[in-house]
Ligand binder design. Structure first.
Ligand code: ZN
Length: 236
């Protein structure tokens, strides 16, 4: 995974279905292709590679853009079909969504997709059932959590960690977190990144990269809240 990552979704896709229904998406102005060209040109001019987490709906409607990202040498990850929260979907719908999205992305780019990001960085102890589902379909890395989320008795750290549930485990790259005057705050990830002064975020990022632990800790979620995960078999 590249440290720099982008979620590829249009401006209307983070709204709830009651605010902007999916049925309306086709009629709204898409800014994906235009904005992506700016990002790809910028990355090329700085000789920088990134990971792009792409929604299934976007891949279906902007296939050429997805191919363009991959052709430029960037990594492709999956970011749900309709930006639904895994906790709202439940295990069965989550798996169906994952299978559909991975099949399309892999067909477009011709290589396996190994990375996943949950909408709104919403993974926590209540979605531990997703670990074996992701593993079953070849996902080995998740970047789906805001650090500080509860994982059983522990809180997720502000640096990469192995997230384990029963005998399944996956590498999780959470959003960065800083502490100021005893207050924890997240400074990377869409809205958070946009809300803070860039100079402040830059300083925090530099500090985080120089203080990350050499060994990656493991955190277990003792019991999956939904027993369905017991029926999945990990393949990696
Ligand atoms: Zn998103």
């Amino acid at each position: 995974m590249n440290i720099l990552s982008f979620d590829i979704e249009d401006w209307y896709m983070s709204y709830t279905s009651s605010q902007i229904p999916v049925a309306k998406w086709q009629s709204l102005e898409s800014r994906i292709a235009f904005d992506l060209n700016i990002i790809l040109d910028f990355l090329a001019s700085h000789n920088t590679k990134a990971t792009f987490y792409i929604m299934g709906w976007v891949a279906e409607n902007h296939g050429e853009t997805v191919k363009k990202i991959a052709a430029a040498g960037h990594e492709i990850g999956y970011h749900s079909w309709y930006h639904e929260l895994p906790l709202d979907q439940g295990p069965k719908a989550f798996e169906a969504d994952l299978v559909r999205g991975l099949a399309l992305l892999q067909d477009l780019i011709g290589t396996k997709v190994l990375q996943y990001r949950a909408p709104r960085f919403s993974f926590d102890q209540n979605t531990a059932w997703a670990i074996p589902v992701l593993l079953k379909h070849g996902i080995t890395l998740s970047s789906s959590m805001m650090s500080g989320r509860l994982l059983g008795d522990a809180k997720s750290p502000a640096s990469p960690f192995i997230w384990a549930c029963q005998n399944h485990q996956i590498l999780e790259m959470p959003l960065n977190r800083a502490t100021t005057l005893g207050v924890n705050w997240v400074y990377t990830g869409s809205g958070f990144f946009g809300c803070f002064l860039f100079s402040l975020s830059k300083k925090c990022m530099h500090q985080a990269l120089t203080t990350w632990p050499i060994s990656i800790p493991a955190i277990s979620t003792p019991m999956c809240p939904l027993p369905a995960c017991c029926h999945f078999t990990a393949t990696s």
